[in-house]
Design a protein around this ligand. Sequence first.
Ligand code: GLC
Length: 473
Amino acid sequence: MGIKLAVLGSVFISMAVAASGVAQEAKHYEPTVASLDTHPLPDWYGDAKLGIFIHWGLYSVPGWAPLTHPDHDFASEDYIVYNPYAEWYLNVVRIPGSPTQKYDQEHFGPHHNYYDFKTQFDAETKKWNPDDMAGVFRDAGARYVVLTSKHHEGFTLWPSQVENPNQTGLQAERDIVGELTGAVRKAGLKMGLYYSGGYDWTFNRGPIEKGRDYEMVKPESVAYGRYADAQIEELIAKYKPAVLWNDIDWPRSGDALKVMADYYNSVPDGVIDDRFGVPHSDFTSPEYSKLDQISEKKWEECRGLGRSFGYNRAEGEAETIAPDELIALLVDIVSKNGNLLLDVGPEADGTIPPVQMERLKALGAWLKQNGEAIYGTKPWTRANGSTNQTDAKGKAVDVRFTQKDGKLYATLLGRPAGQAVLLHNVKAAAGTEVALLGAGPVKWTQRAEDLEVQLPASLPGDYAWVVKLTPGK
Ligand code: GLC
């Protein structure tokens, strides 16, 4: 394969040979929105559909938050004092009268310094096995992982060479970022990194108590801009993350556009989220909320398996999304051109809480049977559909559509009480093969606008069944 070079103005285009042996265009990006906007969405990200988010840091040691605000009504007056996000521990513990302050005093005594959790964090993380963790994510059916390299507390999960001018002792003893990156890639998944560019409570300590503080507590000093730029450049150079997931904007004293251009020039098939506070991104990132319609712009919903991103020991069965809801959520998101970035909050030693582990297993089992309707698919002409069926409790069995290589997938989001299922407004031409994933071909009849499929008496698997339509030759 020859090397072709072309120079277009200041844009330098070359043909690079990707690992697959297929020639890929690698171009040079400039730190301008116009240049960054020419970055195509890489196929791997559009096809992946499921990623695992990991929030892991000093907050994983106390691992606690109140079980409040289950609906994540972020704008409500007392949201921060009763913040269900355990990774906000350091912020909330400093709000007088907060449940977190009370919890902290009871468990760690008065005057306990949050950063002293480092000793225990380092001791606990010695037990962690990155290959086991990567294996869990692979078996759950995830195609990529995003790890918090630095959350708002300012503690880094890699041995940064960039000196923090305000505080020492801010680094995990193990290179968690490096070790997990290696293990995740070995397991065949892509590895991405989260970085809290907007908040760093070692530069602007806050605390954030009310909505008005959200802006005021963003550090904007020249020193912080330099620090954040240097740290993220270090992450890019050292770990080449497949996803660059910033949070809470980039400091104005830093250079977000340069970071983005440097990133694409280093990782051409990487993706950038929409939280840098500049008008460029590869995908949008709704949090604990999803879209009602197909969106042309790629999007990624992030949410925890429970109500928190970081480990919250108070969460159990009732606070954790049920397996059938989780699967329906993934199918719904994918039908609308989204990915699900599903968060696990490991305990300090890297253990995934059993209640979360169970969900990951259910998801993995479901994807093993039905992944064909998920991975590599595109939205159909519409996302939502309905049937004539209800489940045993009388709830309507709805449908979500996806398509791939001319095939249509109609996923039933519940267990139909009857076997003759009418898929409303679905037409199959003569010669179409209709099958149920995990079972095989089924009988079908076109009844005016609706397609009737005859399901077997016993359905394969426990949740959400996929009817696949393959047109005849
Ligand atoms: C928010 C929260 C944070 C969490 C993140 C994930 O911005 O502050 O705790 O890491 O969203 O989307």
